[in-house]
Design a protein around this ligand. Structure first.
Ligand code: SF4
Length: 741
């Protein structure tokens, strides 16, 4: 039988001759569910197909279309294969030209030293934990800055902000198996079937097989609504009112968990007082959700039935409730207040820290959890160790130099500072901010302001077009390392094929660059002298208590099982559920929040519709990768604008017709998709860039003041048919199309 890397023993008979030269067990590179995959590789290092892993506890043999058919992007001809340096071109402009690693890295090292003091780093939640650790070490130790961040700023920074304050950790409290064992599942602002399809399958299974009940909270009708007991459809930007209203019903009807509140929380009386005005009738008037549904959903969440089958929590007379949420509730100017209101509901009902319950912000990219764990955030060292003296001194002792103590710039602040000319140099790895930032024309201006930009990635993209140097990185299939999924499970990533051209793993490129910077600064290079990703992990684990007992060696011995952090020692089994006994902050504080004013940009006569943005099943984020997976692109080749049929009739738009969407900041063309999933007055456009159209040409660069997440969910737009008489702005594209309200 053919050897399978990464697993001690594979069962089954001999394989038929399908051209498979090698099989490698690794982890899907798309979303934070973290499904186990087995890559079947031919003799030319091409992925032939992908198998699921029935023994992987996170995915249990399931894969979605992206994991099953979308990982072939690694073999795409567009891959970056050599370093590129921008040089003057014959026409007086400039062009990226191939260079050797020595030339490129020496040049980058020289420029980073030159701009030390005005430097920021955007790291990648697609890269491994090891990649992230080395990147943040370069920034903190050599560039002496905490200006490090990653895409969590654009998805779950409000969740992390609120969870750190109220619970002491920004991570999901439970395991996926708690979804299986819940009596009630409340899914808020998440189109789970599109964004985290394998989680959606587990939710459906819990409903079908164990009798779990479902509450969906979403302005858009999602597939899971077919299974829902309650579908609450709040007006955009009114989530705080809704969740305050749910909490008030729980308290007023005597459904609060008094013992839990007394022993595990603080600030309850002030919280109760803050809810005085949030009666179901008032909340209905603000949110549009019927008062009867508010009462019914509150009762179900607080007193869910016990699921059928084995009782996982005999100590309680009723079942557990899991609260899951996505970016529909966080990507708002009030995103952090929304997250506080969700956590308040979990605390008042005692629905955290027990089997079958918990709080779960569904993480976007494959390693967004691990990227934060590895320290790629501006306010914490690896393992969420704050920047205070004691923690810094521990790292200074290990790393041999003083470290900066001031909080660094967050991702969105980096672009604001660059736009104002206050930031000179950026190192961007595995991210494409000129597709993911709101109000792209504004972000382009910011990037053009930089004196030096280095981009490290696997494909050329919108951001590499502005780079002074481009460094070619290895993909997930071409390197060793680990990803950490949404249930804190640290899983192995294994090298299956050789990287194309001279591309290299991110950690290896960054360590090489760091040694060149260290030499220029006359510092020792031994802090960046690892010989393997395993050695990088060992150093990270030695300084990071939550990972202290994990190593590549231990993970390889465990096979598919992997380990959930916290895992402080090599004999610790890992932790399925946080907060069984206590919160990391001690007693969890209630944080009263008030429903704020309406969203920053409301519909007007000229822009009468509200745009909501998000993802779709067949594409991932901006589509830089999924557009290079032939099967996925074939299923979704064009940008579709989802419109309610009433609006379509009002604007005389037919199914599949070309339309143009305008906001105050730009425009895009797409095909009309008529669907009752949208309410009248609201449209939906996915983030993916297809045929030069991307929703972020329209979105608004306004931010939640607490987490600095942009407003991606509410922006005023109008639709027109191309060439229609009212298309008064034709020919005035993009930033130039800025318009009076
Ligand atoms: Fe990959 Fe996420 Fe799909 Fe699983 S659910 S196969 S991790 S994209």
């Amino acid at each position: 039988m053919m050897a399978t890397q990464g697993i001690a023993q594979e069962t089954g008979g001999p394989l038929p001759d399908l051209g498979v030269a090698k099989q490698v067990v690794t982890t899907c590179a798309y979303c934070g569910v973290g499904c186990g995959v087995r890559l079947n590789i031919d003799a030319n290092d091409r992925i032939l197909w992908v198998d699921d892993r029935p023994t992987n506890p996170s995915s249990q043999g399931m894969l979605c279309v992206k994991g099953r058919f979308g990982l072939t992007f690694v073999n795409h001809e567009d891959r970056l294969t050599t370093p590129l340096i921008r040089r003057p071109s014959a026409d007086g402009g400039s062009v990226l030209e191939p260079a050797s690693w020595d030339e490129a890295l020496d040049y980058v090292a020289e420029k980073l030293v030159e701009h030390r003091g005005s430097f920021a780093m955007l790291t990648s939640a697609k890269a491994t934990n090891e990649d992230g650790y080395v990147l943040q070490k370069l920034a903190r130790l050599l560039m002496q800055t905490n200006n490090i961040d990653h895409c969590t700023r654009l998805c779950h920074s409000p969740s992390v902000e609120a969870m750190l304050r109220q619970l002491g950790s920004g991570a999901t409290s439970n395991s996926y198996e708690d979804f299986d064992n819940a009596g009630c599942l409340m899914v808020v602002g998440s189109d789970t079937s599109s964004n985290h399809p394998v989680i959606a399958s587990r939710l459906r299974r819990a409903i079908d097989e164990r009798g779990a009940r479902l509450i969906v909270v979403n302005p858009k009708r999602i597939d899971l609504c077919d299974y829902a007991d309650y579908f609450l459809r709040p007006n955009p930007g009114t989530d705080v009112a809704l969740f305050n209203g749910l909490a008030k019903v729980v308290i007023d009807e005597g459904l609060a968990d008094g013992a839990f509140i007394a022993s595990r929380t603080e600030g309850f009386e002030a919280f109760r007082a803050s809810l005085a005005g949030y009666t179901p009738d008032y909340v209905e008037s603000v949110t549009g959700v019927a008062a009867a549904d508010i009462r019914g959903a509150a009762r179900l969440f607080a007193r869910p039935p016990k699921p059928r089958g084995p009782d996982v929590d005999p100590s309680r007379p009723y079942g557990g409730s899991c609260l899951l949420w996505g970016m529909g509730v966080t990507q708002h100017t009030c995103g952090t207040d929304n997250a506080y209101s969700l956590l308040n509901l979990a605390l008042v009902t005692g629905q955290v820290g027990r089997p079958g319950n918990g709080v779960s912000p569904l993480r976007g990219q494959n390693n967004v959890q691990g990227c934060g764990d590895a320290g790629c955030i501006p306010d914490n060292l690896p393992g969420y160790q704050g920047l205070g003296d004691a923690n810094r001194s521990k790292f200074e002792k290990a790393w041999g130099l003083p470290l900066p103590g001031e909080r660094g710039l967050r991702a969105t602040e980096m672009f604001e500072e660059a736009a104002q000319g206050n930031l000179e140099c950026m190192y961007v790895t595995g991210e494409n901010p000129l597709l993911s930032e709101p109000y792209i024309h504004h972000a382009e201006e910011a990037v053009k302001n930089l004196k030096f930009l280095v981009v490290q990635d696997i494909f050329p993209n919108e951001t590499t077009q502005y780079a002074h140097v481009v460094l070619p990185a290895a993909s997930f299939a071409e390197k060793e390392g680990t990803f950490t999924n949404s249930e804190r499970r640290v899983q192995r990533v294994r090298k299956a094929i050789e990287p194309p051209g001279v591309s290299r793993p991110d950690w290896d490129i960054t360590a090489d660059l760091a040694r060149r910077i260290a030499r220029r600064l006359e510092l020792p290079v031994d802090q960046f002298a690892w010989r393997s990703a395993a050695a990088v992990f060992d150093e990270m684990a030695s300084l990071t208590p939550i990972l202290g007992g994990i190593s590549h060696e231990r993970l390889d011995a465990l096979g598919d099982e992997a380990i959930q952090w916290p895992c402080p020692t090599p004999d610790h089994p890992g932790t399925k559920r946080l907060y069984d006994e206590t919160f990391a902050v001690g007693k969890a504080p209630f944080v009263p929040v008030e429903q704020g004013p309406p969203a920053a940009e409301l519909p007007s006569q000229r822009f009468p519709l509200i745009l909501n943005t998000g993802r779709i099943l067949y594409h991932w984020h901006g589509g830089t990768i999924t557009r290079r997976a032939r099967t996925l692109l074939a299923r979704a080749p064009e940008l579709q604008v989802a419109i309610n049929p009433q609006d379509a009739a009002r604007y005389d738009v037919k199914e599949g017709e070309d339309i143009v969407v305008y906001s105050r900041r730009g425009e895009l063309a797409g095909k009309a998709l008529l669907t009752e999933a949208m309410r009248a007055g609201e449209i939906f456009i996915p983030f993916v860039k297809l045929r030069d159209a991307n929703a972020n040409y329209l979105t608004n660069a306004v931010y939640d003041p607490k987490s600095r997440i942009p407003e991606y969910k509410v922006c005023a737009v109008r639709i027109e048919k191309p060439g229609a008489p009212q298309a008064w702005r034709r020919g005035r594209r993009g930033a130039g199309a800025k318009e009076r309200a």
